[in-house]
Design a protein around this ligand. Sequence first.
Ligand SMILES: Nc1nc2c(c(=O)[nH]1)N[C@H]1C(S)=C(S)[C@@H](COP(=O)(O)O)O[C@H]1N2
Ligand SMILES: [Mo]
Length: 209
Amino acid sequence: MSAARGDRPDLPRIPPGQTVAQNWPVLHYGEVPAGTRPWRVRLFGAVQREVYLPLEEIQRLRSADIPADVHCVSGWSLLDNAWTGAPFTAVEAMARPLPSARFLMAHAAGGWSTNIPLTDCRRPDVALVWARNGVPLPAVHGGPLRLLVPHLYLWKSCKWLVALEWMIQDRPGFWEKDSKYTNLDPWAAVRGREKQTGAPAQGPDDRPA
Ligand SMILES: Nc1nc2c(c(=O)[nH]1)N[C@H]1C(S)=C(S)[C@@H](COP(=O)(O)O)O[C@H]1N2
Ligand SMILES: [Mo]
């Protein structure tokens, strides 16, 4: 039941070099931000309709829970997750993005951000989530609302989500500005090996100190 592998069930459930975490690690830059009360998400940028969506309105777009493993570039994977959330595509329909939009910037309370190609966002397992295995997300894990992009490394799953910005041109987010991590795909090393390209595996380090 690894939705994270998406349309590639031939790939191993746990990408090479990853260790299964028994407890959910906490990883982020800086402090847990205070955020907005009441919580709302601004949809803006290359859209026809800029909107502020209160958390309750996002929760009305709830879908069936999403089973998806997640993988951090620092080397741990968290398995057996059922995420409760609203599909990204249902949320973006509220803002009616311009057809020329190609990228998304997810903004966190406190100023952290991450950029993601819209083709990666428009998969059925990408969602704005507020609970894992029936438990509301605690603030340390991005509560009350975070993004979930399970087929990419977890650093794209923006915690404390306060805004989504549609972009025509790509722009780097917080870590992407000077990032050596150009590979977003936890299974890329395995694919490289399959193809005998000798692609190096990801090293066990990460952005946050
Ligand atoms: N706002 C924000 N979101 C973030 C981060 C961050 O520093 N700030 N770190 C990312 C990284 S690198 C990881 S591995 C995951 C960790 O989520 P967790 O602490 O819930 O395990 O959050 C991602 N989302
Ligand atoms: Mo990470």
